[in-house]
Design a protein around this ligand. Structure first.
Ligand code: FES
Length: 136
């Protein structure tokens, strides 16, 4: 009885061997690492037509959110939530929303509309040239 069991255990240990590999740390299934070379190089963030009036768009790779509070007026803010550092998830109903804990920020000035964040999203300086929105 005992010997049989030993044999099985030994075989099992051998089979386990070095099965441990570090494959994949999670994260990063959708975002390609290389920036798009066509059109949106040299500092261009977005096209004005990409940013809905009364809303905005999040550029996750740049960690910037560009908004258009009123038609023809564009703003940009850091997309990093001031609560705990998540990148904000969506722009809906006039606010920039963080999915981590529910903070919401105004698309007009980045002010906190809903906590737990207590500090506004810092503004980013942008320039609009024609239909091109650039940082700086
Ligand atoms: S990190 Fe955004 S609400 Fe907590």
């Amino acid at each position: 009885m005992n010997t049989r069991r030993r044999t099985v255990l030994a075989a099992g240990a051998a089979a386990l061997g070095t099965g441990c590999g570090s494959s994949g740390d999670g994260n990063g299934s959708t975002a390609p690492k290389t920036p798009q070379p066509s059109g949106t190089s040299d500092g261009e963030l977005a096209r004005t037509s990409d940013v809905p009036a009364g809303g905005g768009m999040i550029l996750r790779d740049r960690k910037v959110v560009v908004t258009q509070p009123t038609a023809g007026e564009f703003r940009a803010f850091s997309a990093v939530c001031t609560h705990a550092g998540c990148v904000v998830a969506a722009v809906t109903d006039g606010t920039i929303d963080c999915a981590c804990h529910g903070s919401r920020f105004s698309i007009e000035d980045g002010a906190v509309e809903n906590g737990p964040a207590t500090r506004p999203l810092p503004a980013e300086r942008i320039t609009v040239e024609g239909d091109s929105i650039r940082l700086g």
